[in-house]
Design a protein around this ligand. Structure first.
Ligand code: ADP
Length: 201
């Protein structure tokens, strides 16, 4: 199964993605993690990405598409994977659609994790204190929310029109939220999109 996971900063994407890849036993492709790794390894990509990330801005599409494509070419992604934090723009969504067109029936599901902004701001400021993520500072959070609204939220429509979108309420305990996600995933993999009729895979 190929799944994209979409949600604003602080929605709990990281936690839920970890659970979902464990449940489905597919690789977890987090562009945020890939970029942070490039920063730690002090590669050219890491250096360029830092200037955008520190300001809460998106890293340019061509750089993101390059790292995602390289990762997708690895054998473990042949049967599916979970995209976390990608696509974040319409251009990324369109590129992913053509990259997946020839694979296993294409994208199976776009999951949106919904949390209102007041709750997001509270969650992220708590995380900034405990995890010391530079991009969680209050000033960049506002910018990341703005970027989410203007650039990422429009791709929800892109997936809605294709019948791929499932929106999940992100409020509640991590267990409660994961139950909702599992429900969406199970109904897709048992019903449609895997090219194997009703056989759960
Ligand atoms: P979040 O806390 O919003 O889930 P991520 O860990 O996914 O953050 O990403 C951190 C930062 O990395 C983003 O604010 C952005 O600057 C950059 N980034 C990650 N994924 C992408 C992407 N698909 N396109 C552009 N920039 C990205």
């Amino acid at each position: 199964m190929y799944i994209v996971f979409i949600g604003p900063p602080g929605a709990g994407k990281g936690t839920q993605c970890r659970r979902l890849v464990e449940y489905l036993r597919i690789p977890h492709l987090s562009t945020g993690d890939m970029l942070r790794q490039a920063q730690q390894q002090k590669t050219e990509l890491g250096r360029v990405a830092t200037t955008y990330m520190e300001q809460g801005k998106l890293v340019p599409d061509h750089l993101i598409l390059e790292i995602v494509r390289l990762r997708l070419q690895q054998d473990d992604c042949d049967e599916g994977c979970l995209f976390d934090g990608f696509p974040r723009t319409r251009e990324q969504a369109t590129a992913l659609e053509s990259d997946l067109a020839s694979r296993n029936g294409g994208l199976n599901l776009a999951l949106e994790l919904r949390v209102d902004e007041a709750e997001l701001i509270e969650r992220v400021s708590r995380r900034a204190q405990t995890e010391h993520r530079d991009d969680d500072a209050a000033a960049t959070l506002q910018e990341r929310l703005r970027v989410y609204r203007s650039q990422t939220a429009p791709i929800l429509d892109f997936y809605r029109k294709r019948g791929n979108l499932a929106s999940v309420n992100g409020l509640g305990t991590p267990d409660e939220v994961f139950q909702r996600i599992r429900h969406e995933v199970d109904s897709r993999r048992n019903g449609q999109g895997n090219g194997q009729g009703n056989t759960p895979t």
